[in-house]
Write a protein that binds this ligand. Structure first.
Ligand code: NAD
Length: 356
């Protein structure tokens, strides 16, 4: 039994398919609550295009306040062509909420489900040992937040890559702790053969590793890591890396896993309150048609149960239910192939809920 059984969850449904997929995740969370005797209290808050329509801004203060007061945030997706020419774009809400909640790490698991291995661009031979990698990316430091300079005459520009020991330590801790729940292997990715910031990164990770004697730490240069992901992805358990390298490597690992509608992510900070969301966007092309795949959001909710609420068995129940439904050959249109049973977003969520 878990210590606490009541949790407050802020729901940012957002735009496009956002409401459909978040509603699907709520259907599954309700089934978990019923089976395990928990209570999940949901509060809908506005962000993105719908917030611009209702309040004029993509991230109203009320949304920040409610998210901060919640145990966790579950996000669908924001944005769409309707708001492309707005002075403040909906996606600005995303950066704003990450900043407001102090979410300095982004965790993206890429798992290749055997039922969907045809969706991967890699050959069967490269996937024979599977793919189950967690990319832990630093989210609020490095070159994306470093000082930018431009020559007055436009002849040069520069961006600064800067990391402090503290910044590396806190993301490293997340990586080691994540590895403790998995296969206890961390590959720290850097460019320490060239960059001083990477030398500091490597030194700090080595120092931190002493606190986690059960975890094996190794180092890899980022160019090699990209190559290794493409030729032997099964060798990785947890990858820990900087903002820019993580941006690139997490997209690569997601692409190897295949369908965009299947992959979750978590953003975590100093507190247990994290933000959980699918890696895909608001898919305006299929919005409101009950065609969206809710699985990425449903497994994001499973990550929330595990990482923010410590509900390990409940998270496993969700992942097992997803596997069961896929094994029964149910598929949303994005992962459909001949001979399978085509279902919509609502039915897929209901099937997963029924199998909790
Ligand atoms: P997208 O991920 O929304 O869609 C890309 C393609 O994948 C589309 O064909 C879409 O139909 C399909 N797709 C995505 N999710 C799916 C799902 N769950 N089920 C079935 N098919 C799915 O990317 P995009 O088209 O580049 O962006 C659309 C909008 O989403 C833009 O406004 C963009 O800025 C925004 N966006 C938001 C987020 C976010 O909220 N975190 C992330 C990425 C993009």
């Amino acid at each position: 039994m878990t210590k606490m059984s009541e949790f407050n969850i802020a729901l940012i449904k957002g735009d496009g398919i956002g409401p459909e997929i978040v509603n699907g995740a709520v259907t599954v969370l309700d089934a978990v609550a019923e089976k395990y005797g928990h209570k999940f209290n949901y509060t809908d808050v506005l962000m993105g295009g719908c917030a611009i329509d209702a309040t004029g801004v993509p991230l109203p203060q009320e949304t920040i306040d409610i998210c901060k007061a919640s145990d966790s945030v579950l996000l669908g997706a924001v944005g769409g062509p309707k708001w492309d020419n707005c002075p403040q774009r909906p996606e600005k809400g995303l950066l704003g909420i990450r900043k407001a909640l102090g979410l300095y790490s982004n965790l993206r698991p890429s798992i290749l489900k055997p039922q969907l291995k045809d969706a991967s661009p890699l050959k069967d031979e490269k996937l024979k040992n599977g793919l189950n990698v967690m990319v832990v990316r630093e989210l609020t430091g490095g070159i994306y937040f470093g000082e930018r300079k431009n020559a007055e005459d436009g002849s040069w520009a520069s961006d600064e890559e800067r990391y402090s020991v503290e910044e590396v330590k806190r993301i490293g801790k997340i990586a080691f702790e994540t590895a403790m729940l998995r296969d206890k292997r961390v590959v720290s990715v850097d460019k320490a053969n060239v960059l001083d910031s990477s030398k500091l990164w490597r030194r700090t990770m080595d120092e931190l590793a002493k606190e986690y004697p059960e975890v094996t730490l190794s180092h890899m240069y980022v160019d090699n890591a990209a190559m290794q992901l493409a030729i032997n992805p099964a060798q990785f358990d947890v990858i820990c890396t900087s903002n820019i390298f993580g941006d690139i490597l997490s997209d690569l690992s997601s692409a190897i896993a295949g369908s965009i509608g299947m992959l979750p992510s978590a953003s975590l900070g100093a507190s247990k309150c994290g933000m959980y969301e699918p890696i895909h966007g608001s898919a305006p092309d299929i919005a409101g048609q009950d065609k969206a795949n809710p699985i990425a959001t449903i497994v994001s909710a499973a990550m929330m149960l595990e990482m923010s609420f410590g509900l390990i068995d409940e998270a496993k129940a969700i992942n097992d239910a997803v596997d069961k439904v896929l094994n029964m050959d149910y598929r949303t249109p994005d992962i459909y192939s001949e001979g399978m049973k085509k279902v919509g977003c609502k039915e897929m969520a209901a099937l997963i809920a029924k199998n909790i």
